[in-house]
Design a protein around this ligand. Structure first.
Ligand code: MN
Length: 263
């Protein structure tokens, strides 16, 4: 099995190292990850400047590259140029911090998995509440890595429906304290942006963007709730963003006819 690994926290992130170390026995690993942290860069692609890569050290005996591009660039580059053959699986993570609800659209890690899915590769993103310097870090990352290894085997055997990839969130707990696994949908989160206005030493105003989680949904079938309850959350995501139900609804309207008459 040939597995491509990436993330958005950068090639030096401990989550990526934990993942590479745990997946190493499963097959041939290739790591292509951003040279610097690229959280919240979503699915962005570098089109107007060169993308550079250089060898990196992530885990003993694993080929790894640090890439100047975005997580999505890393996946595209890994699949098209750096892998020595077809890639069977793409794993993005382990992200430092959960990726729940609408946050998946900001996440470079989750959108790296989308990129893999779009290229026809079995793909998943994995995140945990553990991260750089948080308490219980080592155990949280170890549990997530353990689940990722198990999931790789399961995906190899069962595959996924076309155009579907997985968003996995692991509670920041030691493996034996995790309650189980739930399939979930993305819960609703609402943010209030804080855009602090400050003034630089030359008297010019600038803004610093942060965010305040205003509310989160806690319905029993949501990803948010599962993780809060100590379960591993696995949400299937679709690379097709069309709101199919709404399309059927819109087709009942006579908007096209009205537009034709107006012209
Ligand atoms: Mn991140």
């Amino acid at each position: 099995m040939r597995i491509l690994l990436t993330n958005d926290d950068g090639v030096n992130a401990r989550g990526l190292m934990a993942l590479a170390e745990r997946l190493r026995p499963l097959g041939e690993l290739l790591v292509v990850a951003p040279e610097r942290p690229q959280s919240a860069t979503s699915h962005s692609a570098t089109l107007h400047k060169p993308i550079r890569v250089q060898p990196a050290q992530v885990a003993e005996g694993v080929t790894a590259y640090a890439c100047s591009g975005t997580p999505s660039d890393c996946v595209a580059l890994g699949l098209a140029n750096l892998a020595c053959g077809p890639v069977d699986l793409l794993a993005a993570g382990i992200n430092h911090g959960v990726n729940l609800g609408i946050d998946v659209t900001y996440s470079g890690t989750v959108m790296a998995a989308l990129e893999g899915c779009l290229k026809g590769v079995l793909s998943f993103a994995i995140s945990t509440g553990a991260g750089e310097g948080k308490t219980g870090d080592e155990l949280g990352l170890a549990a997530a890595a353990e689940f990722a290894a198990w999931l790789c085997g399961w995906l190899q055997e069962h595959r996924l429906p076309e155009g579907i990839f997985l968003n996995v969130n692991v509670p920041p707990l030691p493996l034996e304290e995790i309650c189980g696994l739930r399939f979930t949908r993305l819960g609703r989160r609402r943010y209030e942006d804080t855009l602090e206005r400050r003034v630089d030493p030359w008297g010019r105003p600038y803004f610093w963007r942060g965010e305040l989680l205003a509310s989160r949904e806690e319905a029993a079938d949501s990803d948010e709730y599962a993780v809060k309850q100590g379960f591993i959350s696995v949400s299937p995501l679709s690379s097709d963003l069309t709101a199919t139900a709404a399309l059927a609804e819109l087709n009942k309207w006579d908007l096209p006819q009205q537009w034709a008459q107006k012209r």
